[in-house]
Design a protein around this ligand. Structure first.
Ligand SMILES: [Zn+2]
Length: 266
């Protein structure tokens, strides 16, 4: 079993996915397979452990595509539907892995929202066939910026400003994932400093400003301090064509695509 960190991009689309319903592709070339994007999520594998970040509406298809059956833990970035609505699929993950609970992690707002909307996964449904299946661990002030033992792996959660709410970014070794944010404060930048590979929200692309998502200018500015040698864009919208991005972006920057595998050297 490889000790090195392997990251697979399960999905790199924004909330609509690409194509959006109605087979809308907008600027994205329908003939480029890398433009077909599910909602944003990644899976991290190291030392035989498998951790998923977010379970969006495309979760079942993404997990099957990558042939993943067992999941040791789920990290949630925030409570928006495009990042959580596949949570019900964890019933099957739990059943397959013969455990009582799936360990999940996220901030208090995410716990509050999920435990209300999907209460039966937390408290049990109204029949013995539907036991509670989620063991939710709240990440708070004491955890941010510090390594946490999650499924035996050291993971550093940090807070990000997503405009309408606070999302969590996650760092593991020299890799970090910053989906759904429009700016980062100094604490977040400190947590990210020195990563080699950074997968980051770029949904605002070339918009002048956006109150929820980062644009390219913000990412370039942040990375001056963070120093990631390889940056992959995620949460990409219908305005972001894969080949156009490849030709526009500076060295060290690239659009992610669904199924992209990132192997980290230790
Ligand atoms: Zn969001």
């Amino acid at each position: 079993m490889a000790d090195k960190l392997k990251v697979t991009v399960l999905g790199c689309g924004n909330s609509t996915g690409v194509p959006a319903i109605g087979n809308l592709w907008d600027a994205c070339d329908p003939n480029e397979p890398k433009n077909r994007r599910g909602r944003s999520s990644i899976v991290i594998e190291k030392c035989g452990k498998t951790i998923v970040i977010d379970t969006g509406p495309d979760f079942r298809e993404q997990i099957n595509r990558e042939n993943i059956g067992h999941i040791d833990a789920v990290l949630y970035t925030h409570q928006h539907s495009d990042h959580v609505n596949g949570i019900d699929e964890l019933r099957v993950v739990r059943f397959r892995s013969k455990r009582n609970y799936i360990p999940c992690y996220g901030n208090a707002a995410t716990f509050g929202d999920l435990s209300t909307r999907f209460h039966y996964l937390f408290d049990g449904g109204n029949h013995a066939l539907y036991p509670p299946i989620i063991d939710f661990n709240i990440l708070g002030e004491a955890h941010f910026g510090k390594a946490q033992d999650i499924a035996g792996l050291e993971i550093i959660p940090f807070e990000q400003d997503h405009g309408t709410c606070t999302s969590l970014g996650y760092r593991i070794d020299d890799f970090a994932y910053s989906v759904d944010m429009y700016r980062l404060d100094q604490r977040a930048v400190s947590a990210l400093k020195g990563v080699k590979t950074w997968v980051v929200d770029a949904a605002a692309y070339n918009q002048e400003s956006n109150p929820v998502h980062a644009n390219l200018r913000t990412i370039y500015e942040l990375n001056k301090e963070i120093g990631a040698k390889q940056v992959y864009l995620t949460s990409m919208s219908l305005a972001m064509d894969y080949q156009t991005l490849l030709s526009e972006l500076p060295p060290g920057y690239a659009p992610a695509y669904d199924g992209l595998v990132i192997e980290m050297d230790e």
